[in-house]
Design a protein around this ligand. Structure first.
Ligand SMILES: *[C@@H]1O[C@H](CO)[C@@H](O)[C@H](O)[C@H]1NC(C)=O
Ligand SMILES: *[C@@H]1O[C@H](CO)[C@@H](O)[C@H](O)[C@H]1NC(C)=O
Ligand SMILES: *[C@@H]1O[C@H](CO)[C@@H](O)[C@H](O)[C@H]1NC(C)=O
Ligand SMILES: *[C@@H]1O[C@H](CO)[C@@H](O)[C@H](O)[C@H]1NC(C)=O
Length: 237
Protein backbone atom coordinates (compact mmCIF):
# COMPACT_ATOMS: atom_id res chain seq x y z
CA UNK A 1 0.00 0.00 0.00
CA UNK A 2 2.76 2.45 0.93
CA UNK A 3 4.65 1.34 -2.19
CA UNK A 4 1.59 2.21 -4.25
CA UNK A 5 1.23 5.55 -2.49
CA UNK A 6 4.90 6.29 -3.08
CA UNK A 7 4.50 5.42 -6.73
CA UNK A 8 1.46 7.65 -7.14
CA UNK A 9 3.13 10.54 -5.38
CA UNK A 10 6.28 10.10 -7.40
CA UNK A 11 4.32 10.03 -10.61
CA UNK A 12 2.79 13.36 -9.70
CA UNK A 13 5.97 14.89 -8.35
CA UNK A 14 8.41 13.63 -10.94
CA UNK A 15 6.33 13.79 -14.08
CA UNK A 16 3.57 16.30 -13.50
CA UNK A 17 4.89 19.32 -11.67
CA UNK A 18 8.56 19.11 -12.65
CA UNK A 19 8.46 22.06 -15.06
CA UNK A 20 6.75 24.11 -12.35
CA UNK A 21 9.34 23.44 -9.64
CA UNK A 22 11.46 26.34 -8.55
CA UNK A 23 14.56 26.92 -10.66
CA UNK A 24 16.89 26.16 -7.77
CA UNK A 25 15.20 22.85 -6.99
CA UNK A 26 15.21 21.87 -10.64
CA UNK A 27 18.88 22.77 -10.92
CA UNK A 28 19.74 20.72 -7.84
CA UNK A 29 17.79 17.70 -9.12
CA UNK A 30 19.71 17.95 -12.40
CA UNK A 31 23.08 17.66 -10.68
CA UNK A 32 21.77 14.96 -8.34
CA UNK A 33 22.16 16.99 -5.18
CA UNK A 34 18.96 15.90 -3.59
CA UNK A 35 16.92 18.55 -1.80
CA UNK A 36 16.24 18.12 1.88
CA UNK A 37 12.80 16.68 2.63
CA UNK A 38 11.74 20.11 3.95
CA UNK A 39 12.85 21.80 0.77
CA UNK A 40 11.06 19.16 -1.24
CA UNK A 41 7.82 19.80 0.62
CA UNK A 42 8.14 23.57 0.30
CA UNK A 43 8.59 23.21 -3.43
CA UNK A 44 5.99 20.54 -3.99
CA UNK A 45 2.47 21.35 -5.07
CA UNK A 46 1.37 17.81 -4.16
CA UNK A 47 2.67 17.95 -0.60
CA UNK A 48 -0.56 16.68 0.91
CA UNK A 49 -0.10 13.22 -0.64
CA UNK A 50 3.37 12.75 0.90
CA UNK A 51 3.22 11.16 4.32
CA UNK A 52 6.38 11.62 6.45
CA UNK A 53 7.17 7.91 6.14
CA UNK A 54 7.42 8.15 2.37
CA UNK A 55 9.72 11.14 2.10
CA UNK A 56 12.97 9.24 2.49
CA UNK A 57 12.03 6.84 -0.29
CA UNK A 58 10.91 9.71 -2.44
CA UNK A 59 14.11 11.73 -2.33
CA UNK A 60 16.24 8.61 -2.82
CA UNK A 61 14.86 8.29 -6.36
CA UNK A 62 16.92 10.20 -8.89
CA UNK A 63 15.54 12.15 -11.81
CA UNK A 64 17.96 12.65 -14.67
CA UNK A 65 18.10 13.35 -18.39
CA UNK A 66 20.67 12.54 -21.07
CA UNK A 67 23.83 14.67 -21.09
CA UNK A 68 24.46 16.54 -24.37
CA UNK A 69 27.77 17.79 -22.98
CA UNK A 70 29.49 14.39 -22.89
CA UNK A 71 27.67 12.71 -25.81
CA UNK A 72 29.07 11.94 -29.25
CA UNK A 73 28.35 14.89 -31.54
CA UNK A 74 26.17 12.70 -33.84
CA UNK A 75 23.57 12.26 -31.08
CA UNK A 76 20.40 14.35 -31.54
CA UNK A 77 18.46 15.44 -28.45
CA UNK A 78 14.80 16.41 -28.07
CA UNK A 79 12.03 16.37 -25.46
CA UNK A 80 14.08 18.21 -22.78
CA UNK A 81 17.08 15.90 -23.38
CA UNK A 82 15.00 12.82 -22.57
CA UNK A 83 14.77 11.56 -26.17
CA UNK A 84 17.76 10.67 -28.36
CA UNK A 85 18.46 9.50 -31.87
CA UNK A 86 21.53 9.74 -34.06
CA UNK A 87 22.77 11.23 -37.34
CA UNK A 88 25.02 8.28 -38.18
CA UNK A 89 24.66 4.70 -39.37
CA UNK A 90 27.42 3.88 -36.87
CA UNK A 91 26.72 3.35 -33.17
CA UNK A 92 27.16 6.43 -31.00
CA UNK A 93 27.15 6.66 -27.21
CA UNK A 94 25.24 9.01 -24.92
CA UNK A 95 25.39 9.01 -21.11
CA UNK A 96 22.92 10.05 -18.46
CA UNK A 97 23.59 13.30 -16.65
CA UNK A 98 23.78 11.58 -13.24
CA UNK A 99 26.32 8.97 -12.14
CA UNK A 100 25.76 6.48 -9.34
CA UNK A 101 28.13 4.75 -6.91
CA UNK A 102 25.76 3.43 -4.24
CA UNK A 103 22.14 2.43 -3.74
CA UNK A 104 19.71 0.67 -6.04
CA UNK A 105 18.73 2.43 -9.26
CA UNK A 106 16.24 1.61 -11.98
CA UNK A 107 15.43 3.42 -15.19
CA UNK A 108 13.69 2.57 -18.44
CA UNK A 109 14.10 3.36 -22.10
CA UNK A 110 11.16 3.12 -24.47
CA UNK A 111 11.80 2.35 -28.11
CA UNK A 112 10.03 5.13 -30.03
CA UNK A 113 11.32 4.16 -33.46
CA UNK A 114 12.89 0.90 -34.66
CA UNK A 115 13.69 0.59 -38.41
CA UNK A 116 15.81 -2.00 -40.26
CA UNK A 117 16.60 -4.22 -37.24
CA UNK A 118 19.42 -2.25 -35.61
CA UNK A 119 20.90 -3.39 -32.29
CA UNK A 120 20.94 -0.55 -29.78
CA UNK A 121 22.77 -1.19 -26.49
CA UNK A 122 21.74 -0.21 -22.98
CA UNK A 123 23.65 -0.24 -19.71
CA UNK A 124 26.18 1.69 -17.67
CA UNK A 125 29.59 3.21 -18.38
CA UNK A 126 32.50 5.10 -16.90
CA UNK A 127 32.61 8.74 -17.94
CA UNK A 128 35.64 8.08 -20.21
CA UNK A 129 33.91 5.31 -22.25
CA UNK A 130 34.55 5.31 -26.03
CA UNK A 131 31.72 7.27 -27.67
CA UNK A 132 32.08 6.10 -31.29
CA UNK A 133 31.48 2.35 -30.89
CA UNK A 134 28.71 0.16 -29.53
CA UNK A 135 28.37 0.24 -25.77
CA UNK A 136 30.29 -2.72 -24.28
CA UNK A 137 33.05 -2.78 -26.91
CA UNK A 138 35.54 -1.40 -24.42
CA UNK A 139 36.22 -2.21 -20.77
CA UNK A 140 34.52 1.04 -19.63
CA UNK A 141 30.95 -0.16 -20.34
CA UNK A 142 28.63 -3.01 -19.30
CA UNK A 143 25.72 -3.42 -21.67
CA UNK A 144 22.94 -5.48 -23.20
CA UNK A 145 22.55 -5.11 -26.94
CA UNK A 146 19.37 -6.33 -28.55
CA UNK A 147 17.80 -6.71 -31.98
CA UNK A 148 14.29 -7.84 -32.90
CA UNK A 149 14.99 -11.47 -31.92
CA UNK A 150 17.72 -11.79 -29.32
CA UNK A 151 19.97 -10.03 -26.86
CA UNK A 152 23.54 -10.44 -25.68
CA UNK A 153 25.47 -8.96 -22.79
CA UNK A 154 28.74 -7.28 -23.69
CA UNK A 155 31.70 -5.93 -21.74
CA UNK A 156 35.20 -5.35 -23.13
CA UNK A 157 33.98 -6.79 -26.47
CA UNK A 158 33.14 -10.13 -24.85
CA UNK A 159 29.62 -11.30 -25.84
CA UNK A 160 27.80 -13.57 -23.38
CA UNK A 161 24.44 -15.08 -22.45
CA UNK A 162 22.59 -14.91 -25.76
CA UNK A 163 18.90 -14.74 -24.83
CA UNK A 164 15.82 -15.20 -27.01
CA UNK A 165 13.38 -12.29 -27.18
CA UNK A 166 13.98 -8.93 -28.78
CA UNK A 167 12.55 -5.45 -29.11
CA UNK A 168 10.08 -3.79 -31.44
CA UNK A 169 8.77 -0.26 -31.63
CA UNK A 170 7.01 0.47 -28.36
CA UNK A 171 9.08 -1.96 -26.27
CA UNK A 172 10.47 -0.95 -22.87
CA UNK A 173 14.01 -1.82 -21.77
CA UNK A 174 14.71 -1.66 -18.03
CA UNK A 175 18.16 -1.29 -16.43
CA UNK A 176 18.62 -2.18 -12.76
CA UNK A 177 21.90 -1.20 -11.12
CA UNK A 178 22.17 -2.60 -7.57
CA UNK A 179 25.25 -1.54 -5.61
CA UNK A 180 24.08 -3.50 -2.55
CA UNK A 181 24.52 -6.73 -4.53
CA UNK A 182 26.90 -5.10 -7.04
CA UNK A 183 24.84 -6.45 -9.94
CA UNK A 184 23.46 -5.15 -13.24
CA UNK A 185 20.21 -6.73 -14.48
CA UNK A 186 18.11 -6.02 -17.57
CA UNK A 187 14.47 -6.39 -18.48
CA UNK A 188 12.40 -6.17 -21.64
CA UNK A 189 8.74 -5.25 -21.25
CA UNK A 190 8.99 -5.68 -17.48
CA UNK A 191 10.35 -9.25 -17.58
CA UNK A 192 13.94 -10.01 -16.70
CA UNK A 193 16.01 -10.66 -19.83
CA UNK A 194 18.52 -13.48 -19.29
CA UNK A 195 20.42 -14.12 -16.05
CA UNK A 196 21.97 -11.36 -13.91
CA UNK A 197 24.11 -9.70 -16.57
CA UNK A 198 27.13 -8.51 -14.58
CA UNK A 199 28.45 -8.90 -11.05
CA UNK A 200 31.06 -6.96 -9.11
CA UNK A 201 29.77 -3.55 -10.23
CA UNK A 202 31.51 -0.73 -8.33
CA UNK A 203 32.75 2.83 -8.66
CA UNK A 204 31.04 5.73 -10.39
CA UNK A 205 28.81 4.50 -13.24
CA UNK A 206 26.60 6.51 -15.59
CA UNK A 207 23.47 5.26 -17.35
CA UNK A 208 24.42 4.83 -21.01
CA UNK A 209 22.96 4.00 -24.42
CA UNK A 210 24.45 3.43 -27.87
CA UNK A 211 22.33 3.75 -30.98
CA UNK A 212 22.39 4.63 -34.69
CA UNK A 213 20.01 6.55 -36.92
CA UNK A 214 17.53 3.67 -37.17
CA UNK A 215 16.48 3.95 -33.52
CA UNK A 216 15.03 6.59 -31.25
CA UNK A 217 14.67 6.03 -27.51
CA UNK A 218 13.18 7.99 -24.62
CA UNK A 219 14.49 7.83 -21.06
CA UNK A 220 12.15 7.40 -18.06
CA UNK A 221 13.55 7.98 -14.56
CA UNK A 222 12.31 8.42 -11.02
CA UNK A 223 10.72 4.95 -11.18
CA UNK A 224 10.21 2.52 -8.29
CA UNK A 225 12.12 -0.77 -8.23
CA UNK A 226 10.08 -3.04 -10.52
CA UNK A 227 8.21 -6.17 -9.49
CA UNK A 228 10.36 -8.57 -11.51
CA UNK A 229 13.29 -7.65 -9.28
CA UNK A 230 11.81 -6.81 -5.87
CA UNK A 231 9.56 -9.87 -5.80
CA UNK A 232 12.45 -12.33 -6.06
CA UNK A 233 15.11 -10.37 -4.18
CA UNK A 234 14.93 -9.22 -0.59
CA UNK A 235 15.46 -5.53 -1.26
CA UNK A 236 15.67 -3.58 1.97
CA UNK A 237 13.18 -0.77 1.60
C1 LIG B 1 19.48 20.08 -22.51
O1 LIG B 1 20.87 20.15 -22.61
C2 LIG B 1 21.36 21.44 -22.98
C3 LIG B 1 22.86 21.32 -23.19
O2 LIG B 1 23.50 20.78 -22.04
C4 LIG B 1 21.02 22.42 -21.88
O3 LIG B 1 21.48 23.72 -22.23
C5 LIG B 1 19.51 22.44 -21.68
O4 LIG B 1 19.20 23.27 -20.60
C6 LIG B 1 19.01 21.04 -21.43
N1 LIG B 1 17.56 21.07 -21.37
C7 LIG B 1 16.87 20.65 -20.32
C8 LIG B 1 15.39 20.84 -20.40
O5 LIG B 1 17.40 20.19 -19.32
C1 LIG C 1 13.30 -12.66 -36.05
O1 LIG C 1 12.00 -12.23 -35.67
C2 LIG C 1 11.15 -12.00 -36.76
C3 LIG C 1 9.87 -11.44 -36.20
O2 LIG C 1 10.15 -10.45 -35.27
C4 LIG C 1 10.93 -13.31 -37.53
O3 LIG C 1 10.12 -13.05 -38.63
C5 LIG C 1 12.28 -13.84 -37.99
O4 LIG C 1 12.11 -15.10 -38.56
C6 LIG C 1 13.25 -13.95 -36.83
N1 LIG C 1 14.58 -14.28 -37.35
C7 LIG C 1 15.35 -15.20 -36.81
C8 LIG C 1 16.69 -15.38 -37.44
O5 LIG C 1 15.02 -15.86 -35.86
C1 LIG D 1 39.88 -6.48 -22.30
O1 LIG D 1 40.17 -7.27 -23.42
C2 LIG D 1 41.53 -7.18 -23.80
C3 LIG D 1 41.68 -7.93 -25.13
O2 LIG D 1 40.99 -9.15 -25.10
C4 LIG D 1 42.39 -7.79 -22.69
O3 LIG D 1 43.76 -7.75 -23.04
C5 LIG D 1 42.16 -6.99 -21.42
O4 LIG D 1 42.85 -7.58 -20.35
C6 LIG D 1 40.68 -6.91 -21.10
N1 LIG D 1 40.50 -5.97 -20.02
C7 LIG D 1 39.67 -6.18 -19.00
C8 LIG D 1 39.59 -5.11 -17.98
O5 LIG D 1 39.01 -7.21 -18.90
C1 LIG E 1 26.38 -16.25 -18.75
O1 LIG E 1 27.66 -16.08 -19.33
C2 LIG E 1 28.73 -16.32 -18.42
C3 LIG E 1 30.03 -15.96 -19.13
O2 LIG E 1 30.15 -16.65 -20.34
C4 LIG E 1 28.69 -17.78 -18.00
O3 LIG E 1 29.73 -18.04 -17.07
C5 LIG E 1 27.37 -18.05 -17.34
O4 LIG E 1 27.26 -19.43 -17.02
C6 LIG E 1 26.21 -17.67 -18.26
N1 LIG E 1 24.96 -17.79 -17.52
C7 LIG E 1 23.95 -18.53 -17.95
C8 LIG E 1 22.75 -18.57 -17.07
O5 LIG E 1 23.98 -19.13 -19.03
Amino acid sequence: MSRLLTFLCMSLLMLGPYPRMSASLAARLQINTMPSPLEFLQNSEQETCVSPVDIKKLVAVAWFAFDPGSAHSDIIFSNDNLTVTCNSYDDRVVLGKTGFSKGVHYWELTIDRYDNHPDPAFGVARVEVMKDVMLGKDDKAWAMYVDNNRSWFMHNNSHTNRTEGGITKGATVGVLLDFTRRTLTFSINEEQQGPVAFEGMEGLLFPAVSLNRNVQVTLHTGLPIPGFYSSRASIAS
